[in-house]
Ligand binder design. Structure first.
Ligand SMILES: C[S@@+](CC[C@H](N)C(=O)[O-])C[C@H]1O[C@@H](n2cnc3c(N)ncnc32)[C@H](O)[C@@H]1O
Length: 288
C-alpha cells in the first residue's frame, strides 16, 4: 500500500548509478544542450532544481554569469561538486544541497531548469515543485517569472495491441519503450489522442484528468494503451520551431481486451495527480 510519505518521496531519490543512464541518453542530452545554449543568454542568472550530476547546470554555465544548482540528495550534491570541478565553468556553478520545495536563490533568476520528469508526469515531482517555486518566487521577487526549461509538456495516449507473450509465459505487465526504436511487440491501432498541453509559465494542475475517445484506424484486440509525453524544452519563435524531448513511452495493459474495428471510437477516461505512482493512473483507467 502506498502511504502519503511514500507518495511524497517517490521519484525524489534517483540512485547514483541511474544518473549514468541519463548522461548516456543521447536524445535527452542533445536536446537539453541545444535548448540551454539557446535560452541562456550571456550574463544570465540560472537556477536548476534537481541538479543530479550537474550536467544541465554545466550546459547553462557556458553563457550564464551564475548558476545555482539545487540538489536534495547529499550523495549527489557531493558528486555534482566533484564532477563539475573536473569541467570548465565550474566557478560559475554553486551546488546547493537543499530541497527544491523550499529553496529560492538570493537574487532573481532569468532561467529555471527543472528536469524532474517521468513519462505521464508520474512519479517525479516536476509539476508540484514548479507550482511551489512560482508561488514562493513571486512572493519574494514579484513578476516576471523566469523562463522555464522545459517550457511545456504535451501528453497523449494511443490505442495498442501489445504482445505480452514471453517464451510462452503470458505476462501483461506495465512496460517502457524507447521512442526511437521499432517496437515489434506493439501494433498501433490508431493515432495519438492529445490529452494535455501544459505550459509551466501558466497555472499548473493538481490533477490530470481526461475523458475522451480513442479513434481506431485498424482492427485488432485493444489490450493496452500507450502514454506519450513530449517536453518542449524551448520555443524558438523567430525560427518557428521547438526543441523537444520525447520521453520513454509507458504501455499499460488493460484489465480486459476490447475487440475493435476501423472507425470505432472507444471511450477512455483516467484521473491522477502529477507525481503519483503509476498504479494510480492504472487504477483510474477505464477503456471501452
Ligand atoms: C531526473 S533527475 C535529473 C538530474 C539532472 N538534472 C540531469 O538532468 O541529469 C532529478 C534530480 O532531482 C533531484 N531531486 C528530486 N527531488 C528533489 C527535491 N525536492 N529537491 C532537490 N532535488 C530533488 C533528484 O535527486 C535527481 O538528482
Amino acid at each position: 500500500m502506498t502511504t502519503s510519505k511514500d507518495r511524497l518521496e517517490l521519484g525524489q531519490f534517483i540512485p547514483l548509478h541511474y544518473h549514468y543512464n541519463m548522461l548516456n541518453d543521447a536524445a535527452r542530452m542533445s536536446s537539453f544542450k541545444e535548448a540551454l545554449e539557446y535560452v541562456v543568454r550571456p550574463g544570465a542568472r540560472v537556477l536548476e532544481l534537481g541538479g543530479g550530476t550537474g550536467v544541465l547546470s554545466f550546459f547553462a554555465a557556458g553563457n550564464a554569469a551564475k548558476v545555482w544548482c539545487v540538489e536534495k540528495n547529499p550523495e549527489l550534491a557531493a558528486e555534482a561538486r566533484r564532477i563539475l570541478a573536473l569541467n570548465p565553468s565550474a566557478e560559475k556553478i554553486e551546488v546547493v544541497e537543499a530541497d527544491a520545495y523550499e529553496y529560492l536563490p538570493p537574487e532573481p533568476a532569468d532561467v529555471v531548469i527543472c528536469e524532474m520528469l517521468h513519462v505521464g508526469l508520474l512519479r517525479e515531482k516536476q509539476v508540484p515543485v514548479i507550482a511551489s517555486f512560482k508561488e514562493r518566487y513571486l512572493e519574494k521577487f514579484g513578476p516576471p517569472l523566469p523562463r522555464f526549461v522545459p517550457e511545456a509538456t504535451l501528453q497523449g495516449v494511443q490505442p495498442a495491441q501489445q504482445s505480452f507473450d514471453f517464451h510462452g509465459f503470458y505476462a501483461p505487465t506495465i512496460l517502457f519503450q524507447d521512442p526511437l526504436c521499432i517496437q515489434d511487440r506493439t501494433r498501433e491501432l490508431g493515432g495519438v489522442a492529445i490529452y494535455q498541453m501544459l505550459s509551466y509559465a501558466e497555472n499548473v494542475p493538481d490533477t490530470i484528468e481526461w475523458s475522451g475517445v480513442l479513434n481506431i484506424d485498424s482492427a485488432g484486440s485493444l489490450n493496452a494503451v500507450r502514454f506519450i509525453t513530449k517536453n518542449v524544452l524551448a520555443i524558438l519563435v523567430k525560427e518557428q520551431r521547438t526543441i523537444d524531448w520525447r520521453m520513454q513511452y509507458l504501455v499499460l495493459p488493460l484489465a480486459k481486451a476490447v475487440a475493435v474495428k476501423k472507425g470505432d471510437s472507444i471511450p477512455i477516461r483516467f484521473s491522477y495527480a502529477p507525481g503519483c505512482p503509476i498504479g494510480e493512473l492504472q487504477d483510474s483507467l477505464s477503456v471501452g
